[in-house]
Design a binder for this molecule. Structure first.
Ligand SMILES: Cc1ncc(COP(=O)(O)O)c(C=O)c1O
Length: 435
């Protein structure tokens, strides 16, 4: 057992002054289990007791280069000396926008904000303002942040309340979300060609947007079936629906141009956050000029900290690094080695499984049947065995989420040696789980 001699007293204090001792519900593991972190460097983190972990959580995605990356920190240090918040445009902000437009295929205009939640909230409003329609399609198990409209049928909603695949019921993620909002949300199973076509044909006059995680960053990184994103693109084109890719997890991670480049489908709008800042808070939403033109022309967007100097300096440094060398392509090669290696170990242990996701944001599921959406995962995946393996791995100092819905994230600092070490420890963790 890893020691908690220092972590526990800190967490006991946290429980007194912070609700559940955490600043995001997803971080809470229990009163005597929740980790307390002290620092991170490269692909590693250390908890308050000094326990060292190879980190595959990476803050749930934002760390694309490595923790405390010196190049990014240096840029931030320089920028904060100049002041950070002016309620005015800066040249740095323009430079970051120009870089994004250059890197992301089909991106014409954007606005900055601070979190993924804000980015998806604004993108949805822009789509509504542009189409003068109010409903939107979202896919079950997809997570788009913490604003009310998108907190239906997420990976944390009860599948038992979701009704049949043919007529899905929108399910709030929890209390406090007005029931009437469900009238605006059309939840559908992902990767189901027919379900989405039926919904669009029935209700297109009311549907402003389709909000899509192009691969499921909150469901083990599951990827779209061949032709599925193209099918969605065609439906959106045919029925005047704004296609929004939520690239908060995939942007500047799968490829420099994000999922739209990786899957070669260009949405009308997309949202970015996480990897854009390598851990600093920065987000953006944008896409086609004709749609983004409604912003400021009757459609609201604002934010005191939007495009603040700290965020912009971090983003510029990240984008420069990604442009100057093939960071993400190289990462995908190491990620593929990890994925294949874990697959072989699971094969050798006779554990039926499905390797999932893009190498830079991957996962695996313990299942005899092929899983293609959230309902399948909740039905077929053996979460207990997964938790045992990942629990064993954590004890050896390799940390990925013990819930398969959250993918394994990789960063530039995951070297070949770190991948090898992970595979050794993974083999031990699997053997211990089935012995
Ligand atoms: C796909 C997706 N969209 C939006 C969000 C919300 O981003 P944030 O936590 O920055 O508000 C997340 C967070 O994990 C996400 O995975």
């Amino acid at each position: 057992m890893l020691t908690r001699k220092k972590s526990q007293p800190i967490f006991d204090r946290a429980m007194k002054v912070i609700s559940k001792g955490v600043s995001s519900n997803f971080r809470y593991w229990g009163p005597e289990e929740t980790p307390v972190l002290a620092r991170g460097k490269g692909a590693k983190v250390w908890d308050a007791d000094g326990n060292e972990f190879i980190d595959y959580r990476l803050g749930w995605g934002p760390i694309i280069l490595g923790h405390a990356d010196e190049r990014v920190n240096q840029a931030v240090h320089e920028a904060i000396e100049l002041g950070t918040t002016f309620a005015a445009t800066t040249e740095l902000e323009v430079e970051v926008a120009e870089r994004i437009v250059a890197m992301v295929p089909g991106m014409e205009m954007l606005r900055f904000t601070n979190t993924g939640t804000e980015a998806t909230m604004h993108a949805l409003r822009v789509a509504r303002g542009y189409t003068n329609r109010e409903k939107f399609i979202k896919f079950e198990g997809q997570y788009h942040g913490m604003h009310d409209y998108v907190l239906f049928s997420t990976a944390s909603s009860a599948t038992t309340a979701m009704g049949s695949r043919r007529s899905p019921i929108p399910v709030q993620q929890g209390s406090g979300i007005p029931n009437k909002i469900r009238d605006y949300v059309i939840p559908l199973p992902f990767n189901d060609f027919e379900a989405v076509e039926r919904a669009v044909k029935d209700q297109y006059g009311d549907i402003a947007a389709m909000m899509i995680e192009p691969c499921l960053g909150n469901i083990a990184g599951l990827e779209p079936l061949p032709g599925y994103l193209e099918h969605l693109r065609k439906l959106c084109d045919d029925y005047g629906i704004v296609m929004i890719f939520d690239e908060v997890k995939t942007g500047f991670r799968l490829a420099n141009g994000g999922a739209r480049e990786a899957y070669n489908v260009i949405p009308d709008l997309s949202t970015y956050a996480k990897s854009l800042g390598n851990g600093y808070p920065v987000a953006a939403f944008g896409g086609k000029r004709k749609i983004m033109d409604v912003v400021g022309s009757g459609v609201s967007h604002g934010g005191t900290y939007s495009a603040n100097g700290l965020s912009m300096a971090a983003a510029k440094a990240v984008l420069d690094i990604l442009t100057e060398s093939p960071v993400l392509d190289d990462l995908a090669k190491r990620g593929q080695r990890l994925k294949s290696g874990m697959g072989e170990i699971l094969n050798d242990a006779d554990i039926p499984h499905q390797m999932t996701g893009h190498p830079n944001m991957q996962g695996f599921l313990i299942t005899k049947k092929t899983i293609k959406d959230f309902r399948d995962l909740m039905t077929y995946h053996d979460g207990n065995l997964y938790r045992t393996i990942l629990g064993n791995l954590y004890e050896t100092g390799v940390w990925a989420e013990d819930d398969a819905r959250e993918p394994w994230f990789l960063c530039e600092a995951h070297t070949d040696a770190i991948i090898d070490e992970t595979l050794n420890r993974f083999e031990d963790a699997v053997k211990a789980a089935i012995k």
